[in-house]
Design a protein around this ligand. Structure first.
Ligand code: BDR
Ligand code: CA
Length: 311
């Protein structure tokens, strides 16, 4: 089993990604879910994380993370995820409280308790403030992280600005620290995640299902659909991509890349700079990958099956 920690901001697609992880507990050992105030406030995303974990029957601690980015003002995304953060989905109240109010220290403790030689995969589906602080304050911890698979960025274009994707734009300084850490990165950016979606028909089926997880995911994804541009009749489930890449890399096209991020205050702020000229650099230096394309049908089928297998 691959040991993973999910650092997230649920968030509709974070919520659906967690359903995918819950369906794959034979392959993934989820050690913790940690939160950052990306899509909504720390209170709300932590409440959502606790409710989702219970609802999917996961026995996993939730730790509350940072409230704001490293340098600039906090940015939420209520218009995409609704007032609660989970669209139309209302879940039963969580039975337990957060295991910690400090996700950074919580992750550090978890990593320090790993048996000698073992590593985790960090799954990042939110701005990377928690991880950046962890790496900055406790740099020795990086030996415990084998890989960072993150949803964020894009080789081409953005969603929150013409140049930048939300998770990176909300804290580019944090992304910079993570990118410069030397830990191998897999960037699941918009180039691939915009192809990883559910169609209106698929979402309707989920909403009308008798299966509780299917209905909850339908109620989440349905909100995205209603609030998307009328020109799009699919809902992107960006945050499921890092997990799916781990278990099914064959669904994606990848390229070697050197990653950087624009931390300026100009129009490019938060844009990921993807250097595909790997031949200009030492082979040694090129540890990063970017997903450049995805197989939409296989993504949809895999996600659908997973959702129905949780309850
Ligand atoms: C990312 O931004 C958030 O709003 C989503 O949850 C996802 O992680 C997509 O750009
Ligand atoms: Ca997210």
């Amino acid at each position: 089993r691959i040991k993973v920690i999910m650092d997230c901001d649920p968030g509709i697609d974070d919520g659906i990604a967690l359903a995918y992880a819950a369906a794959h507990q034979d392959e993934l050992e989820l050690l913790a879910v940690t939160t950052f105030a990306g899509n909504n406030t720390s209170d709300k995303v932590t409440k959502n994380a606790l409710e989702l974990v219970d609802f999917y029957g996961l026995n996993v601690p939730v730790a509350r993370g940072q409230e704001r980015p490293l340098v600039k003002e906090v940015l939420h995304a209520e218009e995409f995820h609704g007032e609660t953060g989970l669209g139309h989905c209302v879940l039963p109240e969580a039975k337990s409280e957060a295991a910690s109010d400090n996700a950074v220290l919580f992750i550090r403790e978890l990593l320090n308790r790993l048996p000698e030689g073992e590593q985790v995969v960090m799954i990042e589906t939110a701005p990377m403030t928690n991880l950046a602080l962890l790496l900055k304050v406790f740099p020795e911890i990086k030996n415990k992280i084998g890989k960072i698979v993150f949803m964020g960025g894009a080789a081409k274009g953005g969603n929150i600005t013409p140049a930048a994707e939300f998770n990176i734009y909300a804290d580019p300084e944090a992304a910079k620290i993570v990118f410069d850490s030397g830990i191998p990165l897999v960037m699941c950016g918009l180039d691939a995640t915009l192809k990883c979606n559910l169609t209106r028909n698929q979402i309707m089926k989920l909403c009308q299902s008798g299966d509780p997880t299917a209905r909850a995911c339908g109620d989440m994804a349905g909100y995205v659909l209603e609030n998307s541009s009328k020109y799009r009749c699919v809902a992107s489930i960006h945050d499921a991509v890092p997990f799916m890449y781990l278990l099914h890399p064959e669904f994606f096209k990848t390229e070697k890349v050197l990653l950087d991020v624009d931390c300026s205050d100009g129009a490019g702020r938060g844009a990921t700079l993807c250097d595909f000229r790997w031949w200009l650099h030492d082979e040694e230096k090129i540890k990063d990958m970017i997903l450049t394309d995805a197989d939409t049908e296989r993504f949809q089928q895999e996600l659908f099956e997973a959702i129905y297998s949780v309850s």
